[in-house]
Ligand binder design. Structure first.
Ligand SMILES: C[S@@+](CC[C@H](N)C(=O)[O-])C[C@H]1O[C@@H](n2cnc3c(N)ncnc32)[C@H](O)[C@@H]1O
Length: 176
């Protein structure tokens, strides 16, 4: 646990629908399919499908397979470790997820290394602090953020959507 966060069982914290809706309203993704790299039971996937997006989902826990298949069909579901995925299917332009916080920032770096046009991740705002995390923030400065002041999970504090959009300037931000 590089950052010392202790979350739920295997970091399974399903994302409430309003959190995904907020993202899609404020930062609409471009045309094309969306990757959910650690989809859990499909809380984000379900909202994306409901809004008409095509989705390709990966998840490490085989127990979530049936739930994901029921949302997007077998050929759009992959069960495995996200670190073993080095390219996403053709037609995918975006990635949206709430990642396992215990694997940050590496998990985020892997998401940002796929050459996609749009990446949105829920992360603790602690990524912006301390010398080690400031290094991540300097290299991968987001173009937009949504601070989730109405906390999605009672025992998890201060999380934001971090959004990277191709062609948009990184947010002006300094760490000292
Ligand atoms: C915080 S939960 C969020 C689930 C889903 N993204 C959502 O928003 O409802 C994180 C998920 O990451 C999965 N996970 C943890 N490590 C993973 C890995 N290395 N590769 C893929 N999925 C992983 C967990 O099983 C869990 O379902």
């Amino acid at each position: 646990m590089p950052w010392g966060y202790t979350l739920g069982e295997k970091d399974f914290y399903p994302t409430p629908a309003w959190v995904t809706e907020l993202l899609l309203d404020r930062f609409p993704p471009p045309a094309g399919r969306i990757v959910e790299p650690c989809a859990g039971a499909g809380a984000i996937v379900g909202e994306l499908v409901r809004r008409g997006h095509g989705v390709w989902a990966n998840e490490i826990g085989d127990g979530y397979r049936d739930s994901l298949v029921s949302l997007i069909g077998e050929h759009n579901v992959s069960i495995g470790d996200w670190y073993d995925v080095d390219r996403v299917p053709d037609g995918c332009t975006s990635l949206i997820t709430n990642p396992p916080f215990s694997l940050l920032p590496d998990f985020a770096v892997h998401c940002l290394s796929m050459g996609l046009e749009y990446v949105a991740l829920i992360m603790p705002i602690g990524v912006l602090f301390s010398e080690e995390r400031a290094g991540f923030n300097r290299k991968y400065r987001p173009s937009g953020m949504i601070n989730l002041v109405h906390r999605p999970w009672p025992n998890v504090r201060d999380v934001s959507w971090f959004v990277w959009e191709a062609g948009k300037e990184p947010m002006p931000m300094f760490s000292a």
